[in-house]
Design a protein around this ligand. Structure first.
Ligand SMILES: Nc1nc2c(ncn2[C@@H]2O[C@H](COP(=O)(O)OP(=O)(O)OP(=O)(O)O)[C@@H](O)[C@H]2O)c(=O)[nH]1
Ligand SMILES: [Mg+2]
Length: 168
């Protein structure tokens, strides 16, 4: 499906869909609350684990929809096809799962975008932060090329983020 949005003739809005995936307690739900519900970062009280997909509807110039997923969800239990999504955001996903998902998603939807978040970055030592980040990036790219040389120039965007700074 295209990543553009438009009002359909029957008046319903077509929303660009983003899928939020990542390990349990990687921070997906809190990120959405801080970004879109204006939750003050200092108020990071305990959040219940997400048990089923929670859809958030965001009305910016480009209306979009974010699916906040439980940490243990798989492509098979998602209940939707990856072809419906413009972007997959991945938080602290184990590398092997990440590779598996990218390869599977590209087969279904070659136009899909991936944003990979190395989150809770403030926990890393300042000196090691960038080095660790680069190592993760390189490792993932190497593993992808091992899967297929076609991934050599694959546009995978990496971000180092934390709710405690402005990186989100
Ligand atoms: N140190 C640190 N903790 C964070 C950050 N972002 C989120 N957390 C904490 O991580 C914990 C888990 O956050 P959640 O948002 O519930 O994680 P989740 O990925 O939605 O987890 P599931 O719903 O179980 O898949 C919470 O205690 C948050 O306060 C961050 O940038 N730094
Ligand atoms: Mg959650």
């Amino acid at each position: 499906m295209s990543s553009s949005s438009s009002a359909k003739s029957n008046g319903t809005i077509h929303r660009t869909k983003r899928l939020f995936l990542g390990m349990r307690r990687s921070g997906k739900t809190l990120i959405l609350q801080v970004l879109f519900d204006d939750l003050p970062v200092k108020q990071t009280f305990y959040l219940e684990p997400t048990m089923r997909v929670a859809k958030h509807f965001i009305d910016t110039i480009i209306p979009f929809e974010i699916w906040d997923c439980p940490g243990n969800i798989t492509v098979d239990t998602l209940g939707a096809s990856l072809i419906d999504f413009s972007t997959i955001d991945l938080y602290q996903h184990p590398v092997s799962k990440l590779i598996e998902l990218i390869v599977a998603a590209c087969q279904v939807n070659p136009d899909i975008n991936f944003e990979v978040f190395v989150h809770k970055a403030e926990r890393l030592q300042e000196d090691d932060k960038i080095e660790n980040f680069c190592q993760i990036h390189e490792h993932v790219m190497d593993r992808l090329v091992d899967e297929s040389p076609e991934f050599e120039q694959f546009p995978l965007n990496f971000h180092l983020t934390s709710i405690y700074d402005h990186s989100l």
